[in-house]
Design a protein around this ligand. Structure first.
Ligand code: AG3
Length: 281
């Protein structure tokens, strides 16, 4: 008998992945966690039945949500990650020489514990002495803390469940206030090829644009996410992600990547017409 897991992306399409079995399943206070063992993508983490990451393609998302802003800011020392409980974003952030401290605020401890057990190479970030992990609501943290950051990364789920507030203008304003002068914010921003996500994108970029002087979208190819074409929002107080690319930091860090490189950095901001049109009034 063959077992196939399907995530429906719309009423008429989805992704289907052949599974060897279920390794773990639990209902946390916030969402349902599932880990599948699959033929093609290794272990797959689902939250409320939606693919969050797989061992085979997580590198794309985690490299792109981190290295683009970290090599656009001339001296990012302090980074705040909202969400990202699997540790993959933290793992990439702490590789940068300039980064002295990274605070990760994840609402659901079950995500952290599951990642440590079933995705040890992703959860590697938790070992770093530069990291500080807090299990609490990111919105509450940002309201109450007065720590300032050079970069805030919003590594959230789709805007459902506990993540809804992470797409609101009030939250972006709180982030803006927590950022130092040249600060930047990067957030995962769904797929421009899925109709209901196009509306999310319009609202989200509208909200960001009401708060930040500059907002740019960039794209990456993530095979297991809806449509495979994924987007990220880069909002900035001062630095431009393409014009201010930090070539010397990139060269001196001399890190090895599986997706990101300096040409990808620039190319990721080149948008096809149907994506550009999402921003036209
Ligand atoms: N966060 C973004 C996942 C969104 C996927 N959406 C979906 N499958 N419908 C991923 C967290 C990785 N650190």
């Amino acid at each position: 008998m063959e077992l196939w897991y399907t995530e429906k992306h719309t009423e008429g399409r989805g992704i289907t992945i052949k599974a060897k079995g279920t390794l773990y399943q639990e209902k946390s206070e916030y969402q349902e966690m599932t880990v599948l063992d699959t033929e093609d993508f290794g272990n797959v983490m689902l939250l409320d039945g939606l693919v969050m990451l797989t061992q085979k393609d997580e590198f794309v998302y985690h490299e792109m949500i981190t290295h683009i802003p970290l090599y656009s800011h001339p001296n990012p020392k302090k980074v705040l990650i909202i969400g990202g409980g699997d540790g993959g974003t933290l793992r990439e952030v702490v590789r940068h020489q300039s980064v002295e401290k990274a605070v990760l605020v994840e609402i659901d401890d079950v995500v952290i514990e599951t990642a440590k057990k079933y995705f040890p190479e992703v959860a590697e970030g938790f070992i770093s002495p530069k990291g500080e992990v807090r299990v609490e609501d990111g919105i509450k943290y940002i309201k109450e803390s007065n720590e300032k950051f050079d970069l805030i990364i919003i590594d959230s789920t789709d805007p459902i469940g506990p993540a809804v507030g992470l797409f609101h203008q009030e939250f972006y304003q709180l982030c803006y206030d927590r950022l130092n002068d040249g600060g930047m914010l990067v957030a995962q921003s769904e797929s421009p090829f899925i109709p209901h996500m196009q509306q999310v994108i319009k609202d989200m970029y509208g909200n960001l644009g009401n708060v930040f002087p500059s907002v740019n979208m960039y794209l990456a190819f993530i095979p297991t996410y809806p449509s495979g074409l994924w987007s990220f929002a880069c909002a900035s107080k001062k630095y431009h992600p393409v014009n201010d690319f930090q070539e010397s930091a990139y060269n001196s860090d001399n890190l090895s990547f599986k997706y990101y490189n300096k040409d990808v950095h620039k190319a990721a901001f080149v948008l096809p017409n149907f994506v550009r049109e999402l921003f036209e009034k």
